[in-house]
Design a protein. Sequence first.
Length: 268
Amino acid sequence: MKNLKRLFLTDMQRVFSGPKFWILAAGVMAVYFCNTLQSCLFMDHFTLEGSVVENMGLTRGTLFTQMALILATLAYGTSFCEDWKNRNIRNIIIRSDIPSYAVSKMLACVISAFGVLFVGNLLFALLEMILTGSVYGSTNLENLRQGSLFNQLVGNGDFFPWLLIESTRSALEGAVFASISLTVSTVMTNPFVVLTLPIFIYFFANLILQTNYVPPIWNMIVLYEADTPCIGGSIIVHMLWTLILSLILCIVFAWIFLKGVRRKFENG
C-alpha cells in the first residue's frame, strides 16, 4: 500500500505540476469551438450567434469529439510508452512492485483524462457565454420542457446542473477511452499509435453499438451522448448506471494492463 501511495502521488505530480494539463483542457475548448465555427460556415451568413446550450449540443458525436478524446488520452495515456522508452520502468518496479505500478498508472490516466475533458467542457461553456452573451439564445424553452429529461433540465432553468452533468458524461467517456489506450500501450509502445487509438475505437464502437443487437443500457455511446436517459426514466439513475459501467470498464482494463505490464517486464 505504501508503494502504491508513493507511486500515485508521483504520477499525480507529473500530471498536474506543469502546464500540460491546462494546455490540454484549453485544447478541448479550442476543438469544441472549431466545431462551432464549422457549423457556422454552413449557415447562409457567417455568424457566431447562438447560445451555450445550442453550441454545446453541437459537440457530441462528431470528429471533434474524437479529437477531444485524443487530447484526454495525451494527458497520461502514453506514460507507459515513455517509461518503457526511457527504461524507467525497471527501476520503478524494482523499488516497488508491478501491481502498484499498474494501478497507479491507470488511476493517474483515468483521473487526468476525466479532468481534461471536464475542465475543457467548462472552459468551452465559459467561452460561449462570453462570445454569445447568452445561455439559451434562440432555443425554445417550451420545446425543451416537453422534450427529453436532459432537455427538460435546461428548459426548467437548471442550466448549471445540466452543464455539470454533460461535462461529467463527456469526462467519463474520455476516461474510458484513455484507459483503453493505456492498456494497448503494453502491446504497442509507439505513442503515435496509442494517441490515434481513440479515433478507431470510437468509430468501430459506434458502428457496432448502433446496431439493434445492443440494448441502450449497454450502449456506451448512447450513455455518454444521448439526450434521453436509457435506464430507469431518470437522470439520476442514468448517471449512476453510466458511472458504474464506466468504473467496471476501467477496472477491467486495469486488470488487462496489469497483465500486460507483467508480461512486458518479464520478457524484457
